[in-house]
Design a protein around this ligand. Structure first.
Ligand code: TMP
Length: 198
């Protein structure tokens, strides 16, 4: 299976991706835990261009091309080979992040996002878990974490609220694939919700 975790910055999805990967490994699965932007050598190099620096460093269009380039490399070198040998891929973010961050929140570019996706990626996860958390709580967690990868967090609470609405809308748009998971509470409680949904 190909499983993705999505959500706003600080929602806890990276922790949840790790916990699910661990649980599936203990159950005997061959699991590749990966992330976007990144997940292959070239894509990790593109990641630095995307997540560091000033919030307005790129236009939304340029950003979209860079995320798509990174995703294509990730798909070719990490995701497809793992699925081809029968493995399970758990990724921290995939194309839904572009749909929401670039397509909805930073200008009305959803049509361009969809066309680029159809042309270059044309792959969806089997299941996507959106870890749903109130934007103020998530932003506080993100700031507590610190670090240099704060380009999107630096765009503020209003931006994170628009993103949260965008991710909830995705669950309605793709009801067969996307599950909304309540992100409140201890990591093990959230993990139990993910496992039940899976
Ligand atoms: P991360 O903090 O989850 O590792 O993700 C890095 C940042 O990149 C995060 O703020 C979300 C953003 N992002 C997009 O804007 N579009 C995308 O397609 C992806 C994968 C991430």
């Amino acid at each position: 299976m190909f499983i993705s975790f999505e959500g706003i910055d600080g929602c806890g999805k990276s922790t949840q991706a790790g916990l699910l990967a661990e649980a599936l490994r203990s159950a005997g699965h061959d699991v590749v835990l990966t992330r976007e932007p990144g997940g292959s050598q070239g894509a990790e190099e593109i990641r630095r261009l995307l997540v560091e620096g000033h919030g307005e460093r790129w236009s939304a269009e340029t950003e979209c091309l860079l995320f798509t380039a990174a995703r294509r490399d990730h798909l070719e070198r990490t995701i497809r080979p793992a699925l081809a040998r029968g493995g399970t891929v758990v990724t921290d973010r995939f194309a839904d992040s572009t749909r929401v961050y670039q397509g909805a929140a930073r200008g009305d570019l959803r049509d361009m996002v969809d066309r680029l996706h159809a042309l270059m990626i044309a792959t969806e996860p089997d299941r996507t878990f959106v870890i749903d958390l109130d934007a103020a709580t998530a932003l506080a967690r993100g700031h507590a974490r610190g670090g240099v990868e704060d380009r999107f967090e630096s765009l503020g609470l209003g931006f994170q609220e628009r993103l949260a609405r965008g991710f909830r809308a995705l669950a309605l748009e793709y009801p067969d694939r996307v599950r909304l998971i309540d992100g409140n509470g201890a990591p093990e409680d959230v993990a139990a919700r993910v496992k039940a949904a899976l």
